[in-house]
Design a protein. Structure first.
Length: 180
């Protein structure tokens, strides 16, 4: 064995040991035991499904069918069709009457929502149905709620720090960086 080879094997050994140490040093992921009979959490289970599959077309900047799903009250109320037919997207304790459930339930392998995509998986559909059957509770923690929007701007307690400032070349617009 020449010294170059030796050095290489030593390096490999070092690297392997370092890697093994890193892997074993990582804390074992906490296995939270889930009670399968616990009520379905909107915040933990339903919201992520809607975020991933629906909110691209149903949010304030792009509200297809006049339906906004990022605001809980509007998610429940529904959009134009619901307003027209005096029904609700989510009827607590009544998945059958919930327009949202009708829209995601496949008929002959195809569902109305999401359009032009495969229907939601059966597990997700059953979760949504169960959440509604259990009362469609909004369990979003207070610290995760959106506090500010265009209609509810924050009130500054002290003069805000201006971190940057610029004006348009014609001097008609002034842009100030700020939080919300
Ligand atoms: C690609 C865009 C798109 C996506 C993604 C999408 N929708 Fe829609 N949604 C629409 C459009 C467009 C309408 C208006 C009715 C129509 O044209 O079919 C609508 C209407 C609705 C309505 C009727 C609201 C009313 O009262 O008028 C419901 C309920 C609904 N969508 C639920 C969902 C759900 C649940 C998902 C996710 C699983 C979803 N949508 C994903 C485009 C989308």
């Amino acid at each position: 064995m020449n010294s170059g080879h030796l050095r290489r094997s030593f390096l490999t050994l070092l690297l392997t040991t370092a890697l093994a140490a890193t892997v074993s040093a990582a804390p074992a992921p906490k296995m939270e035991k889930e009670d399968p009979n616990a009520p379905v959490s909107y915040f933990k289970k339903i919201r992520p499904i809607l975020q991933g599959q629906c909110q691209g077309c149903h949010q304030p900047a792009k509200a297809k069918g006049g339906y906004v799903m990022t605001d809980f009250a509007k998610l429940v109320a529904g959009g134009e069709d619901c307003a027209k037919d005096k029904k609700q997207a989510v009827v607590a304790k009544d998945p059958e009457s919930s327009f949202l459930v009708q829209q995601i339930t496949p008929k002959d392998g195809a569902a109305e929502m999401p359009p032009k995509k495969a229907p939601l998986g059966n597990v997700d559909i059953q979760l949504i149905r169960r959440w509604i059957a259990e009362g469609a509770v909004d369990d979003t923690p207070a610290n995760a709620r959106q506090r500010f929007d265009a209609d509810h701007p924050p009130v500054y307690q002290r003069p805000p720090v201006v971190t940057s400032l610029d004006y348009s070349p014609d001097g008609s617009l002034l842009a100030v960086a700020g939080f919300h």
